[in-house]
Design a protein around this ligand. Sequence first.
Ligand code: ZN
Length: 103
Amino acid sequence: MEALFEKAFVKTLRKHSGIKKQVENKVRMIMEQPLALGEPLKGNFRGFYTYPVKKSFIIIYLYCRACRKKGDDAFVVCSDCSQRGDETIKFVLLEPHDETYGI
Ligand SMILES: [Zn+2]
């Protein structure tokens, strides 16, 4: 499994260094079971998965294999997807829970 971290994700993590350890743990867990753990989003965020960090943050990520299988790659902007293998997880955003898309 390959993990990619988008700039926005890294930036938020830097800003909230207090949750770094928890985020690292969740990232590891997601990489082991990306589909069993994540909650798939719908509508405009179809193709993305979320997983909570404590109660106050959520991780938003993409799993390229699931994306392609479900045809979600037509909806998500997975910029360099074609250069990545199926076993790629892209950590897109780390968001304070209350600022997120009605989850
Ligand atoms: Zn992709």
